[in-house]
Ligand binder design. Structure first.
Ligand SMILES: Cc1ncc(COP(=O)(O)O)c(C=O)c1O
Length: 414
């Protein structure tokens, strides 16, 4: 693989060159087949080259490939916003805008939160990830490599511990940290919004404590602070439901979407309460390519397949296969730690004998798995948790084959 013309600041997990894919399988340019447990990092919940998505892309490409929505609206954007309004399970009427990526959705949500509240400060969480643009970098709850060497970042942004049964950080500890923040660092009346992932993706597939989410919702309602929920990785069926936030028993004021929204086409969205989403002056939101008609057509074809029944069936099948397999591994391999996450959004932790994170072991497994035809992706602050992001549509036998390969690699380590 000749990489001379590629920035060396892009970290490549798998040094192969892909040629084509079908559902949960991809082939490289040497013709080697891989089972794909990465799914383009959570983009391919409906698989590679999903037939209905491909058909929609092809049909749209013959009708209208581009128009800047703010110059003149087009049908696919309007249709998608209408569909999304019905798909997002909140009790209030939604409005929103489309973007090209997840980070762009987060950027726009920050603008909306500031514009709507007239306040500046944002509170994010340890281990969270919201993108690689300058403002979203500051939201990330992890310094290396994201925030290194780029200097001052747009703020103010503060971070709190992320309470989760997966990390052992309790609701009480997080609430105490919040109390301290507001007594030592920051006036509560300066806070525009809290932002969090209901299940952290990059952070290691860690599920937020619902009791904390509910306490935070009550607090924000009292204080006039917004809640921005980032479902860019956890959304569109990854947990077995449309989104992960209903498990928390709260609703967001603004919701960030991207990744599996459009089956591989670049698309994101910010949706939320109508008054908030129209708080900025006309022209304050938009973008040349945001809501491209082909990407919208792909999203419409994706949503049409995401009935609650389909998502539950796919999610339960994948969850059961993973949970039963990992339970066996935990009994057999001392280096397998916790199974993190919820539904089909599961992470497998690698630990040393003293319980500390074991990223080197995970790296060995990932390399061995690739050689045997399975692509895996690390996550977690220490890069010691394998995040399983196989398409939800993966055939049962391909899922088992992938888990068999992983098991062989674990056995080689022990
Ligand atoms: C939860 C979450 N938010 C935001 C982003 C940024 O999305 P993008 O890479 O499309 O900018 C990601 C990407 O991994 C993510 O997982």
């Amino acid at each position: 693989m000749n990489q001379e013309s590629i920035s060396q600041s892009i970290a490549i997990v798998h040094p192969i060159t892909l040629s084509h894919g079908r559902n949960a399988e991809v082939w490289d340019t040497d013709g080697k087949r891989y089972i794909d447990f990465v799914g383009g990092i959570g983009v391919l919940n409906l698989g590679h080259c999903n037939p209905a998505v491909v058909e929609a892309i092809q049909a749209q490409a013959t009708r209208l490939t581009h128009y800047a929505f703010n110059a003149a609206p087009h049908g696919p954007y309007l249709a998608l916003m209408e569909q999304l309004s019905a798909f997002v399970p909140v009790s209030y009427p939604l409005a929103g805008m489309l973007t090209n990526s997840g980070a762009e959705a987060a950027e726009n949500a920050l603008k909306v939160a500031r514009g709507a509240t007239g306040k500046r400060a944002i509170i994010a969480f340890d281990g969270g990830f919201h993108g690689r643009t300058l403002a979203t970098l500051n939201l990330n709850g992890k310094v290396a490599p994201y925030k290194q060497r780029v200097g001052e970042l747009p703020g103010p942004v503060y971070h709190l511990p992320y309470p989760s049964a997966d990390t052992g950080v309790t609701c009480e500890q997080a609430l105490k940290a919040m109390e301290r923040l507001f007594s030592v660092e920051l006036a509560v009346e300066d806070v525009a919004a809290f932002i969090f992932e209901p299940v952290q993706g990059e952070g290691g597939f860690l599920a937020l404590d619902p009791a904390f989410a509910q306490a935070l919702r009550r607090f924000c309602d009292e204080q006039g602070i917004l809640i921005i929920i980032d479902e860019i990785q956890s959304g569109f069926g990854r947990t077995g439901q449309r989104f992960a936030f209903p498990r928390l028993g709260i609703e967001p004021d603004l919701l960030l979407l991207a990744k599996s929204i459009a089956g591989g086409m670049p698309l994101g969205a910010v949706v939320g309460r109508q008054a908030l989403m129209s708080a900025l002056p006309k022209g304050g939101l938009g973008g040349t390519y945001s809501g491209n008609p082909i990407a919208c057509a792909a999203a419409l074809a994706s949503l049409a397949q995401m009935s609650d029944e389909n998502l539950a069936t796919w999610g339960e099948r994948q969850e059961q296969a993973i949970v039963s397999r990992v339970a066996r591994w935990q009994g057999r391999f001392a280096f397998i730690g916790r199974l993190t996450g919820v539904g089909a959004m599961r992470g497998i932790e690698f630990v040393n004998a003293d319980g500390s994170p074991a990223p080197a072991l995970l790296a060995k497994v990932m390399e061995a798995a690739r050689a045997k035809g399975l692509l895996l992706m690390p996550s977690g602050k220490a890069r010691h948790i394998i995040r399983l992001l196989a398409p939800l549509t993966i055939e049962a036998e391909v899922l088992e084959e992938g888990l068999d390969i992983l098991e062989q690699c674990l056995a080689q380590l022990s």
